[in-house]
Design a protein around this ligand. Structure first.
Ligand SMILES: [Zn+2]
Length: 395
């Protein structure tokens, strides 16, 4: 089917009728705020989403993710329709502390909506909600449709409960659209680098640098070799699969002592888990080689945000979405692989078809100049209603 003029007219009529309501919904969502740690605000936001889902006849639920985190909010439309679910995923937490831009910070000026999290990614949530609302009104029965938004994405899900729910919700999905913001150049995202943090620790022997110089084993000197070796693990070519950056270093306690310990912290970026394995193997080799006799070295991974790999299924989902966009005269210009992480990284490894950055178009996320283009919300709804009616193309 893809483009149906009759459906398109119906969607345009729906958008015209709901224009103010879309902005009003986004305004409420943005003014509720909610940074990690501000459980009260996050709970209020989750509750607003829950009630909104219920108001359009979805089966809605809150899933607890622990005392610190905002709960997962899910809503299901067409729960009685057989077949795999079309899922819109995302997060409703932001990186901003509530009140940091005064009370009720949302406003619209010259077609752009401003406020904390307006683009990343409350605009995307708004698109998903008004898509579901349209589908309900149109009597859409082609497949079940799920909305699933987490409240602890910006801090990578402490306790990992939300990751578990997310995997459960998406492992058998027909396709998942992660509603992170799109750039003004119009691409959607098919890959993101992963980010890992490591600590390297060298242990030496403390001694007086005057009368016992030869008894000392200088941990900083040993670390100096390690730093050079670790930096050199990074392949020279610019389209490299991984990189190693020694970001901080600290050693010794006083100038007039041979330092017994030195600690460095590393940031590793990887395009795939295979690349991470290779990078880690090289780092371990560097750390295993001792230059100053009697010193020892440890290498520990502290944190991992896995890469969102461009799997065959990710490519297939992107190509289908692009085809739909092209045929309806939509605004998807292509695909990109970007540096920053997102929850698509937890969804794709299950073999799920997922496309990221399907949300509002805007700029300056994680920054107080952040904005979302209001018209991109309406165009997003038009794209995804057409997409839902073409859901069989994702099978
Ligand atoms: Zn985001």
């Amino acid at each position: 089917m893809i483009f149906s003029k009759e459906l398109n007219d119906k969607i345009l009529g729906y958008i015209e009728k709901n224009k103010d309501e879309v902005v009003e919904f986004l305004k409420t969502l943005v003014n509720l705020e909610g940074q990690h740690g501000d459980k009260e605000e996050l709970d209020k936001t989750a509750d607003f989403l829950l009630k909104s889902f219920e108001s359009i006849g979805m089966e809605a639920k809150l899933l607890d993710t622990g005392a610190e985190n905002g709960p997962v909010v899910t809503g299901l439309l067409n729960g009685d329709v057989a077949g795999k679910e079309l899922v819109f995923s995302g997060h409703y937490d932001t990186v901003f502390a509530a009140g940091s831009r005064g009370e009720n910070p949302f406003y619209v000026k010259d077609g752009k909506a401003y406020g904390p999290g307006v683009c990343d990614m409350k605009g995307g949530i708004t698109i998903a909600f008004f898509t579901a609302k349209a589908l309900k009104e149109f009597g859409f029965r082609e497949c079940p449709v799920r909305l699933m938004f987490v409240g602890d994405e910006e801090v990578n899900h402490p306790g990992e409960k939300a990751i578990g729910y997310m995997k459960e919700c998406t492992e058998n999905a027909l396709v998942v659209f992660n509603m992170e913001n799109r750039y003004e150049s119009g691409e959607v995202c098919v890959g993101r680098k992963g980010c890992c943090e490591y600590t390297v620790r060298t242990h030496g022997v403390a001694a007086h640098p005057g009368h016992a110089y030869d008894d000392g084993r200088n941990a900083i000197e040993e670390m100096a070799y390690k730093v050079i070796g670790l930096q050199q693990c990074t392949p020279k070519n610019k389209d490299r699969d991984y990189s190693v950056n020694v970001g901080t270093i600290a050693g010794g306690t006083v100038c007039n002592g041979v330092p017994a310990e030195c600690v460095a912290r590393l940031d590793i970026r990887v395009k795939s888990m295979k690349a991470l394995e290779e990078c880690e193997r090289k780092m371990k080799e560097v750390c295993a080689k001792t230059h100053i006799p009697d010193t020892t070295t440890e290498l520990v991974m502290d944190n991992i945000l896995p890469p969102f790999e461009t799997t065959e299924n990710v490519t297939a989902a992107y190509e289908t979405l692009k085809k739909i966009s092209d045929e309806i005269g939509g605004n998807i210009t292509g695909s990109v692989v970007v540096g920053g992480a997102s929850d698509a990284a937890y969804i794709a490894p299950q073999g799920t078809k997922v496309v990221c950055q399907c949300g509002a178009i805007g700029a300056y996320t994680h920054n107080e100049r952040e904005y979302a283009i209001v018209d991109s919300l309406y165009e997003g709804v038009r794209l995804f209603v057409h997409t839902a009616y073409n859901c069989k193309l994702f099978a």
